[in-house]
Write a protein that binds this ligand. Structure first.
Ligand SMILES: [Zn+2]
Ligand SMILES: [Zn+2]
Length: 339
C-alpha cells in the first residue's frame, strides 16, 4: 500500500537516501525501494550474498554499492518493512503450513537415509534426498532420530526467510532451531493419536533399547522427557491450526549463537509476523478471550525448551555410560551436528 506524505514535503528514502514523498510498508521509502522489496519477498530463489562485507547500504556506502541486493533487502528488514507488510494471509498461510507439515510427517514415518548420504548436504539451500523405506527395514531409535531431524530441517528450508539468510547464518540457525521443532512435532503426533507419552511412529520408545541394561538412568528423569511436554499439550488441548502457527514461531528462533546481526533481525522480524498471526487467529476463534488463549499457548515454549534440555542431558549420560552403543559414524556425525 502506498501513501503520499500529508505535507507533500520532500523527505529521504530510509533505504537508499533518494528524495521522496512516499510512504510504503510503514516507512518513508521511494517507489524503487518498495517495489524492490516486494519483488524480493516474492522471488523463489535465494538472494545473492554480499560481495562487500555486508555493509553496502550504510549512509556512507550506499551511493557506491547500490547494486547489492542482499544489503538493500536487509536494510528494508532493518527499517521494519517485514513487520508492517500485509502480504501474509492467515488462512492461506495455515493451508500452506498444513501441506508442508503433512509432507514432513510422511517423511518421518516412511523415509530413510540413502547409503550415499553425505552430511554436507544438510548445510545448503538444496533439499536433502531421502529414499523410501522398504518393509523389511527395521529402524532403531537412532534411525528415527536422524530422519525426524532431517525432516524438520527440510521443513525449515521451505520458509520464505531462509532464502534471505547467508549460508553461514542458515547453518547456525538450523542447528539451533530445528530440534525444538522435532520435539514439538513429535509430541503433537503422539497427542493426535491420543497417547500421553512421546514415541516414534512405529510405537517404539524414544530411548535406545540398550539403556534398559544399565541403571544410571533415573526412571523419573526418562519419564519426564516422555511425558512432561505431553502433559502441557493435553492441558492446553492445542488444535492443528494453533500447532502450525506455534511451529512457525518456534522455528524463527533468533537466539542462535553466532548469527549475524542481519540474520538475527530478519528471523526475529518473521517471528513477530507469525506471532501476530497467531494472535489474530486466537482472537478470531475465541471471541471473548483471544488474548488469554494467545498467552496460554506461548507457555508451551518453556515446556519444549525444558524437554530439549533434558534430552541434551540424556545424550551426555548416554555417551558417558554406553560409548559402545553409539550409532554408526555417519549417524553420530548427524546427531553431534544437530544436538
Ligand atoms: Zn529508495
Ligand atoms: Zn552488500
Amino acid at each position: 500500500m502506498i501513501f503520499e506524505l500529508a505535507s507533500m514535503e520532500s523527505q529521504f528514502c530510509v533505504i537508499c537516501g533518494q528524495s521522496t514523498s512516499l510512504y510504503n510498508y510503514g516507512t518513508i521509502s521511494c517507489s524503487a525501494c518498495s517495489s524492490f522489496f516486494r519483488r524480493t519477498v516474492l522471488a523463489k530463489v535465494p538472494i545473492q550474498q554480499c560481495p562487500h562485507q555486508d555493509a553496502c547500504y550504510t549512509p556512507e556506502n550506499r551511493a557506491t554499492h547500490s547494486e547489492c541486493k542482499y544489503c538493500r533487502f536487509h536494510k528494508c528488514v532493518d527499517v521494519g518493512m517485514i513487520n508492517t507488510q500485509k502480504y501474509t494471509n492467515l488462512t492461506k498461510l495455515i493451508n500452506q503450513l498444513s501441506v508442508l507439515d503433512k509432507k514432513r510427517s510422511y517423511t518421518c514415518a516412511n523415509m530413510m537415509l540413502p547409503p550415499d548420504f553425505r552430511l554436507s548436504s544438510i548445510f545448503d539451500y538444496e533439499h536433502i534426498k531421502l529414499i523410501k523405506k522398504t518393509p523389511e527395514v527395521r529402524f532403531i531409535s537412532h534411525d528415527w532420530g536422524c530422519v525426524h531431524q532431517l525432516a524438520s530441517m527440510e521443513f525449515i528450508k521451505t520458509f520464505q526467510f531462509v532464502k534471505f539468510l547467508s549460508l553461514q547464518d542458515l547453518q547456525v540457525f538450523m542447528k539451533t532451531a530445528h530440534f525444538n521443532h522435532v520435539i514439538f512435532a513429535s509430541a503433537m503426533r503422539s497427542f493426535g493419536i491420543r497417547q500421553g507419552y512421546l514415541s516414534f511412529p512405529d510405537g517404539s520408545d524414544v530411548f535406545p533399547e540398550c539403556i534398559k541394561k544399565i541403571t544410571c538412568y533415573n526412571p523419573e528423569f526418562l519419564n519426564r522427557i516422555r511425558c512432561k511436554l505431553m502433559g502441557r499439550i493435553i492441558e492446553l488441548n492445542i488444535n492443528p491450526e494453533e500447532y502450525l502457527l506455534l511451529s512457525a514461531i518456534i522455528l524463527c528462533n533468533p537466539a542462535a549463537v553466532n548469527l549475524s546481526v542481519k540474520g538475527r533481525t530478519l528471523i526475529s522480524s518473521y517471528q513477530k509476523v507469525y506471532g501476530s498471526l497467531l494472535f489474530q487467529y486466537c482472537c478470531q476463534v475465541n471471541k471473548k478471550n483471544g488474548p488469554l488463549r494467545f498467552s496460554e499457548l506461548l507457555t508451551i515454549f518453556h515446556a519444549i525448551s525444558q524437554t530439549h534440555h533434558d534430552i541434551g542431558q540424556f545424550f551426555l549420560l548416554f555417551q558417558m555410560y554406553q560409548p559402545n552403543a553409539q550409532p554408526i559414524q555417519l549417524y553420530q556425525e548427524v546427531i553431534d551436528y544437530m544436538m
